[in-house]
Design a protein around this ligand. Structure first.
Ligand SMILES: [Cu+2]
Length: 355
């Protein structure tokens, strides 16, 4: 067995723990291969598949202040062998070929006509339950769609907030673990305050029969799912999605808003950015309550979300994590890359210069 996403995890750990000496260097850090890595050859050849990672900057622009209207949303259920990690693929279930699925953005009192297609090559029925819906099953009862067919449901977005959507076809947890989740933002009347960058990030788990880090095509493990013992935890669908593939990028002085959700299906996230604070947290993604201010870590349950905002003061690389940090070893890491001039008044190496 190799270590995983080794490059990715190592990058994060190296930056986080760069001052560790060799004696207590984290496993996977440069110069510290574990005995296991040295002796165990890969059990399977490397596998390649298309990327499923949803770029965090890929979301619609703000709705802002406009009257309510009818919005048509088209989604397609796509089953695909996608890239889970370097040399490793997994039989994903997705909306539109990416994890998470498309970011849906409407305003309160909009009417949404949602068309869900299921690709003819699919093996399974799929559906959608949107937590923004007021109605039985959140839409899932009316949208159970077999391969090659289409179902349509219409709902009025009565409540503002950031809501999870997910497949709700049995076994629901298996479809969610396969990648069938996303977020729908229902903006309040007059929208949200403008920021320089908005990002879309979701956390999920994968349950593979093979241990974390194996090369080759992975298979779903029902028993690990039922035991809630994931081999992988990831942001935006895959190991490396928000590090090597699509790091979040901004500049010193800019403001950032992150729409963060947990598809799960099971693990609660202790969402944190190492080296930063959330200036505002719309806890549990409530947009009708005042935000919390200056928060270090915020809890996000499966099937839940949060909206966090921060202003960037110091250039450098910041790490998006679940502060249950064992999960970083299973792939759960993202980068926020901040460019700009140094700000030694706030942060610098060494002591205070003589004066
Ligand atoms: Cu499904």
């Amino acid at each position: 067995m190799r270590t995983v996403g080794a490059a990715i995890v190592t990058m994060g750990l190296f930056l986080y723990a760069a001052c560790s000496d060799q004696g207590d260097a984290p496993k996977g850090a440069p110069g510290a291969p574990s005995p296991k890595e040295q002796v165990a050859p890969p059990k399977a050849p490397a596998a390649q598949g298309p990327s499923v990672a949803h770029a965090p900057s890929d979301l619609p622009p703000p709705v802002g202040a406009r009257p309510p209207k009818l919005i048509r949303v088209d989604l397609e259920a796509v089953e695909m062998e996608g890239q889970l990690a370097d040399g490793t693929t997994y039989p994903y279930m997705t909306y539109d070929g990416h994890v998470p699925g498309p970011f849906i953005r409407v305003r309160v009192d909009d009417t949404v006509e949602l068309h869900l297609k299921n690709r003819p090559t699919s093996q399974l029925t799929h559906s959608i339950d949107l937590h923004a819906v007021t109605g039985p099953g959140g839409g899932s009862i009316l949208t159970q769609v077999p391969p090659g067919q289409e179902k349509v449901v219409t709902f009025k977005a009565l409540k503002p907030g950031l809501f999870v959507y997910h497949c709700a076809t049995a076994m629901v947890a298996e479809h969610i673990a396969g990648g069938m989740y996303g977020l729908i933002l229902v903006e309040p009347h007059n929208g949200l305050a403008p920021v320089d960058h908005e990002f879309y990030v979701m956390q999920g788990e994968l349950y593979t029969r093979q241990p974390f880090g194996e090369y080759g095509r992975q298979e779903f493990s029902r028993s690990k799912l039922l035991d809630e013992a994931p081999e992988y935890l990831v942001f935006n669908g895959a190991v490396g999605a928000l590090t090597t593939q699509h790091p979040l990028q901004a500049k010193v002085g800019e403001t950032v808003r992150i729409f963060f959700g947990v598809g799960g299906p099971n693990a609660v996230s202790s969402f944190h950015i190492i080296g930063e604070h959330f200036d505002r947290v719309y806890e549990l993604a409530s947009l009708t309550s005042p935000p919390l201010t200056t928060v270090q870590t915020t809890l996000v349950p499966p099937g839940g979300a949060t909206v966090v905002e921060l202003k960037l003061e110091v250039a450098g690389r910041y790490l998006l994590v679940d502060h249950a940090l064992s999960r970083m070893e299973k792939g759960l890491l993202g980068f926020l890359q901040v460019e700009g001039p140094a700000n030694p008044e706030v942060f610098h190496e060494g002591g205070v210069p003589a004066h």
